[in-house]
Design a protein around this ligand. Structure first.
Ligand SMILES: [Zn+2]
Length: 360
C-alpha cells in the first residue's frame, strides 16, 4: 500500500483527497506526515523497486525538517490550546486549534474540548487552499480525525468537489462509517490494516527488549494489530485495570460477599483521574467479555488475555450469552453516565449491581 502511494507521488498522481483509514495506533498520522514529506521534499529522491519508481524524501532539507516537527503533534496541540487560553474571551471563541510547522502544510486536529473538527477550522483550510504554495510544490492539509461537526463536514465537501491542482487533503479515519457518504465518495482510501500478532511480537522483541516473551505476546494481542499502540502499550496500567474488571466479573458470578467489590470501587473517585481509570476499566472489561465470547464460540486461538485463559474459561462456562449482552448494555450506560458527569464511584457501584441482577 505504501509503495503504491509512493509510486503515485513519483508520477504526480497522488489522489488530491485521500482518506487514510486504520485502527487507533495503526500509524495513520505517521504515514500522512511521511507522504507530505515525499510531496514537499526539495531533493525529491527516488527509489526503484522491482522496476517501479517510488518517491521518497531526504529528511534533511528545510521542507523535510520543518514538516517532521509536526510529529510532536500532541505537544503542538497543547501549545495551541494554551495560546488560546491566554486570549481575551471574545477572541477565544473565534480561535480554532491548528498546527503549522511549514507554510504550505496545515495540520487540523480535533478542536478541544469537544474534540471535533469545527467549521472555523475547515473555513481556514478552504481559505488557505486558495493560495498557491510558496515553498514546496504542493499545499497539504492533514485532518487528523474524522469526527466532524455537521456544518464543518458540509463545508469540507465544497473543497473536496474541486480541489485546486496543487492541493492535497489527507483525512485520517478509524472507520469509514464516521464520514458522510458524500465525503467518502469524493476521496480515495488508503487502508492501513491490522498486522498479524507474530509480526508485532517480532517488532516488540526488537524495539521493546525490556518486555518478557509472554508480555510481548500479550501486548501484541491487546494492541489488535496496531503498531503504534503496541509500542506505547502500558502493560502495568492495563493489568491494574483488568484486575478491577475481573473483580466486577467475579462479583457478578457469585452471590453474597461484596467486600472485594466495594474495596475496589471505593478507589475510583470523580474528576479527571477517576474518569481516566474508569475508561481503562471499561476497556479492559470489554476485552475480557470479548474473550469470553471467543471461548464460548470455540475460537480460543483469538483470545487476547492469554495469561488469564483458565479464569476466562471458567467465566465462559458460567455466563450465558444473554448475560454478556446485558453487561455490554450496562457498560454503555456507565459510559453515557460519565459523559453526563455523574459521580464516578456511584455509577460503578450501580453498574456492578446491574451485572449481578442480570445474571439471576
Ligand atoms: Zn527533503
Amino acid at each position: 500500500m505504501v509503495d503504491g502511494l509512493r509510486a503515485a507521488i513519483a508520477v504526480g498522481k497522488l489522489p488530491h483527497s485521500l482518506i487514510v483509514l486504520g485502527p487507533r495506533g495503526a500509524g495513520k498520522f505517521t504515514l500522512s506526515l511521511l507522504l507530505t514529506m515525499a510531496l514537499e521534499c526539495e531533493r525529491q529522491p527516488r527509489d526503484v523497486v522491482e522496476g517501479r519508481v517510488l518517491a521518497g524524501f531526504c529528511g534533511e532539507c528545510r521542507n523535510c525538517t520543518r514538516i517532521a516537527e509536526g510529529a510532536e503533534l500532541e505537544a503542538k496541540v497543547e501549545e495551541a490550546v494554551a495560546a488560546r487560553e491566554e486570549m481575551r474571551e471574545t477572541d477565544k471563541k473565534d480561535t480554532r486549534v491548528l498546527v503549522q510547522t511549514h507554510p504550505d502544510v496545515l495540520i487540523v486536529p480535533p478542536d478541544p474540548p469537544q474534540l471535533l473538527i469545527k467549521l472555523g477550522q475547515v473555513r481556514t483550510l478552504i481559505g488557505r487552499s486558495q493560495y498557491l504554495p510558496t515553498e514546496g510544490p504542493a499545499k497539504v492539509f492533514l485532518i487528523t480525525s474524522a469526527a466532524f461537526m455537521k456544518e464543518a463536514a458540509n463545508s469540507l465537501l465544497k473543497v473536496l468537489e474541486e480541489p485546486p491542482p496543487y492541493v492535497h487533503i489527507l483525512l485520517m479515519a478509524e472507520n469509514l462509517g464516521e464520514l458522510l457518504p458524500t465525503i467518502r465518495s469524493r476521496c480515495a482510501v488508503a487502508h492501513l490494516g491490522a498486522l498479524p500478532v507474530e509480526e508485532i511480537t517480532a517488532l516488540l522483541a526488537e524495539l521493546r527488549p525490556e518486555l518478557k516473551k509472554v508480555e510481548r505476546e500479550l501486548t501484541a494481542r491487546l494492541s489488535e494489530g496496531a503498531v503504534g499502540r503496541a509500542l506505547a502499550f502500558n502493560l502495568a496500567e492495563y493489568a491494574a485495570a483488568r484486575a478491577d474488571a475481573l473483580v466486577l466479573l467475579k462479583n457478578a458470578e457469585q452471590n453474597g460477599d461484596h467486600t472485594a467489590l466495594f474495596k475496589m470501587t471505593e478507589t475510583y473517585r470523580s474528576g479527571a483521574e477517576g474518569q481516566t481509570r474508569t475508561t481503562a476499566l471499561l476497556r479492559a472489561l470489554s476485552s475480557l467479555l470479548e474473550d469470553i465470547l471467543l471461548l464460548q464460540n470455540g475460537a480460543p486461538g483469538r483470545v487476547r488475555n492469554i495469561d488469564k485463559t483458565a479464569e476466562l474459561q471458567r467465566l465462559a462456562d458460567t455466563f450465558a450469552f444473554e448475560w454478556i449482552e446485558s453487561a455490554v448494555r450496562a457498560m454503555d450506560a456507565v459510559q453515557s453516565g460519565m459523559r453526563r458527569n455523574l459521580l464516578r464511584s456511584l455509577s460503578l457501584d450501580a453498574f456492578a449491581a446491574g451485572l449481578e441482577g442480570a445474571r439471576r
